[in-house]
Ligand binder design. Structure first.
Ligand SMILES: N[C@H](Cc1ccc(I)cc1)C(=O)NO
Ligand SMILES: [Zn+2]
Ligand SMILES: [Zn+2]
Length: 291
């Protein structure tokens, strides 16, 4: 079962989540002309995220950062690992995609800011990492932060990673996907998606929200297809979840266009901050013990 028994560690960290940090990272990432999986900017954005995560890791000897090379295209995925103190072979994965796209033809110079889709997810993860390191949090299980390449092309980066993990019989105890966290399109704050995800882990997420974020409202919906990288993990038999910004019909109308900008999200990151708090709770509770 998914025990929630680390309030002493989770509660203080949640209070340290800063909207301004998330806003700054979304700005940095959406300033790239695009983060397209075959563009020079897309390659540079991956390198930038690795550099940012390395800087946040500081001198922690239990934290490593690497890029996962994909043979079929130039943009690499980024994986940061916090090695577990007690059960290092058991892995908690928290991911988002680092690429961006616009509908129609894409060239190297096409403008694709991808502020919500999915700079918001990467920025949310980055803030979770910052708070964990600031508190010298050391998980008993291994926690891996993942920035996936080429999600927009069809979940290509996460598909290769999940396939490799399955083939290597890696013990991934749970996967959380963050794709679009900063545009509140619907009445409720967080929507837990119930297709291509794991029911028990979804219940755990809902319980984390009611325990640690009691003022937030939680809804449920379905995509009807593999709508983000969680589906790659689900397809390999791992427990995955997708907390999302809106109900399916209310998602951010600006995505996959040059208008997916911070300005069109009100130049704020208070919505993403909710997801950072939930992700912190998920990482600490599952990373410290769990099922
Ligand atoms: N298709 C997804 C966007 C997307 C994801 C979930 C929902 I609900 C609606 C829309 C995408 O472009 N991911 O990068
Ligand atoms: Zn997209
Ligand atoms: Zn996306």
């Amino acid at each position: 079962s998914y025990t929630i028994d680390n309030q002493d560690q989770v509660a203080p960290m949640i209070t340290q989540v800063q909207d301004s940090q998330i806003l700054s990272t979304i700005q940095t990432l959406s300033d790239f002309q695009n983060r397209y999986y075959t563009s020079t900017y897309g390659v540079a954005a991956s390198d930038k995220i690795m550099a940012m995560w390395k800087a946040l890791a500081g001198t922690r000897s239990d934290i490593t950062v690497e890029q996962f090379t994909h043979a079929g295209w130039p943009q690499k995925s980024v994986i940061l690992t916090i090695k577990g103190t007690a059960k290092p072979k058991e892995i908690v994965v928290m991911g988002a995609h680092l690429d961006s796209i616009v509908s129609g033809k894409v060239t190297n110079e096409t403008r694709a800011p991808g502020a919500d889709d999915d700079a918001s997810g990467i920025a949310t993860l980055t803030e979770v990492l910052r708070v964990m390191v600031a508190n010298n949090y050391k998980p008993r299980r291994t926690i891996q932060f993942m920035g996936y390449a080429a999600e927009e092309e069809g979940l290509l980066g996460s598909a290769e990673i999940a396939k490799a993990y399955k083939r290597q019989l890696k013990k991934v105890v749970g996967v959380l996907q963050l794709d679009m966290t900063n545009y509140q399109g619907s009445a409720k704050d967080i929507y837990i998606y119930t297709d291509y995800t794991n029911g028990a882990q979804n219940t755990f997420l809902a319980n984390l929200a009611s325990t640690y974020l009691p003022t937030l409202t939680v809804g449920y919906d379905k995509c009807g297809y593999g709508c983000s990288d969680h589906a790659s993990w689900y397809g390999k038999g791992y427990a995955a979840s997708l907390p999302f910004e809106a109900a399916f019909t209310d998602d951010n109308p600006y995505i996959h266009s040059a208008n997916d900008t911070l300005a069109n999200m009100g130049n704020q990151a208070s919505d993403a901050a909710k997801f950072a708090k939930l992700t912190l709770a998920f990482g600490v509770e599952l990373g410290t013990d769990g099922p």
